[in-house]
Design a protein around this ligand. Structure first.
Ligand code: ZN
Length: 106
């Protein structure tokens, strides 16, 4: 006869010779504590030990997104300057027209 497994036991983790701790999915590890002596990284919020390679990937992804945002900003700035220069030209033309109109008498 086989052993009956109580599935409620699995809620605390799987009991084997190796204990599998349930993964903390609620923490996004906002602040990290880097131990440069032991070469380990720990989350200051939840205390979980973080894989340094995961940290490296997070930094790389953040860097990529920052560069993308900088490119978008540069494109928006260049568009703004283009519009501004066109607007200045219109203002100049308007002033010329107003000058000519004020000098014109019926
Ligand atoms: Zn955390």
């Amino acid at each position: 006869m086989g052993k009956v497994v109580d599935f409620n036991d699995y809620k605390k983790g799987v009991a084997t010779p190796y204990t599998v701790k349930p993964r903390n999915r609620r923490c996004d590890h906002p602040r990290l504590l880097v131990n440069d002596q032991a070469h380990t990284v720990k989350c200051e919020k939840c205390g979980e030990e973080i894989d340094p390679f995961w940290v490296l990937l997070q930094y790389a992804d953040r860097q990529r997104r920052t560069e993308l945002q900088a490119k978008r900003y540069e494109a928006a700035l260049s568009e703004f300057q283009k519009i501004k220069s066109e607007w200045s030209l219109t203002q100049r033309e308007r002033r010329r027209i107003e000058k000519v109109m004020s000098e014109t008498t019926l």
